[in-house]
Design a protein around this ligand. Structure first.
Ligand code: SF4
Length: 403
């Protein structure tokens, strides 16, 4: 008999398949008949599977083969979009792509991106993420992320901030609290900042997170008016009252930056209401109003306000309400750090191996020299070797063109 246990996987037996959930957010199915070919099985607990008449080693190898096979059909529960699980044995490095992994721009802020997908659908989202997204999602094994992050930090060899700025909502990642706790232990990290829409936080979670004294929460709040907040969040069940409660509670225990996005035609009148509400809180979080900017990849519902107009509005609000609203580079203690070598440069022609589909349709992730390269207009064929002309190499984010 063999009992296989998995912390990040859960199992539910259905009529003709085993439903497997990864990190509470991603799912795939294995046909029961294929499992029975290993041996008769039962599901003794949510996180374990028991095979009779086979030894532990054989069961583990055969089940792992089926997992790999059916993880190719992984989808995100929120949207049904395809998803790629990146783990130690996936052969996918964590440096090279702006949408997942580690982004190091030769400064003392290292960005990490554990997952995509978002439970909102904000009108201004600069990456068109959320419930209406049709892109491929990525999710990274927590321990793999921690190991690779430590390597980059060791290379930098200076105090750094780790910024969890995922293309999506980070608290959808079931291992987020553990990840933050692991980063908290890293000596060279002075700050762990995380961008969140706040909807998945609870007071209990805030209490647990507050044990990490390096943590800083950057929380979205775009309106006080409930209808306006729902319109901007793009979902009817967005509950601004609950988000306000979270901000009020978190500010007493954790450093909080509230970051509304001023979006023309949606929330100009709301900025003053947000300031007045923030000023009523027992511990006032930092308020950093941001200007909406149009992006090629964004939803772009409004025109941009010019920087002159934006700053003059912010200055007026600062004067009127005696509050600091402009955040400067100095507020974030960003310094230049060591340049991470690039294994190839723009213009190089290299050979790489296809390992996954990319975020956008008809594009793939290819891998060479411990970097990923996005290759648009390329058919996905696992492990196919392709020749690529490197078109972009800035900050070790690579884009290539099929030769
Ligand atoms: S919460 Fe963030 S990631 Fe999600 S839709 Fe809004 S802006 Fe995009």
């Amino acid at each position: 008999m063999a009992v296989l246990e998995y912390k990040t996987l859960s199992f539910q037996e259905r009529k003709d398949h085993l439903l497997i959930t990864l990190l509470q957010l991603f799912q795939t199915k294995i046909p029961l008949e294929e499992l029975r070919q290993i041996a008769p099985f039962t599901i003794p607990t949510l996180h374990s599977i028991c095979f009779s008449t086979v030894d532990q080693e054989k069961a583990a190898a055969k089940f792992s083969f089926l997992l790999t096979k059916y993880f190719d059909q992984l989808t995100t529960r929120l949207t049904g979009n395809k998803a790629t699980y990146i783990h130690r044995n996936s052969g996918i490095p964590l440096i090279g792509n702006v949408a997942f992994g580690i982004v190091y721009r030769n400064s003392s802020i290292i960005e990490i991106k554990t997952n995509n997908a978002c439970n909102l659908d904000c009108v201004y989202c600069s990456i068109s993420e959320g419930l209406s997204s049709t892109k491929n999602d990525f999710v990274i094994e927590k321990d793999y992320m921690v190991e690779e992050l430590q390597k980059v930090i060791d290379f930098v060899a200076e105090p750094v901030e780790v910024h969890i700025g995922v293309q999506g909502e980070p608290f959808l990642y079931a291992d987020m609290e553990e990840l933050i706790a692991d980063i908290q232990q890293m000596d060279m990290v002075h700050t762990i900042s995380i961008d969140t829409n706040g909807t998945l936080l609870t007071k209990e979670k805030i209490d647990r997170l507050a044990k990490n004294n390096k943590l800083q929460l950057n929380l979205s709040l775009d309106a006080i008016d409930e209808k306006a907040a729902q319109t901007i969040a793009g979902v009817k069940n967005y509950n601004v009252l609950q988000v306000k409660e979270i901000i009020a509670s978190a500010s007493q225990k954790i450093k909080v930056i509230v970051a509304p996005v001023l979006t023309s035609g949606y929330n100009e009148e709301e900025m003053e209401k947000i300031i007045l509400w923030i000023k009523t809180l027992p511990v006032q979080p930092i308020l950093g109003i941001q200007n909406f900017l149009r992006y090629k990849t964004g939803r772009n519902p409004a025109k941009e306000i010019s920087w002159d107009q934006f700053y003059s509005l912010i200055e007026k609000l600062e004067l009127k309400h005696d509050i600091k609203l402009k955040l400067h580079k100095d507020d974030f203690k960003i310094t230049e750090t060591k340049v991470l070598p690039k294994p190839f440069q723009e213009g190089d022609v290299i050979t790489a191996t296809i390992k996954s589909i990319d975020r956008f349709p008809h594009s793939v992730i290819a891998v060479a020299k411990n970097r990923t390269i996005s290759v648009p207009h390329c058919e996905f064929k696992m492990n196919k070797r392709i020749k690529i002309n490197i078109m972009r190499d800035k900050h070790n984010i690579f884009v290539g063109k099929l030769v």
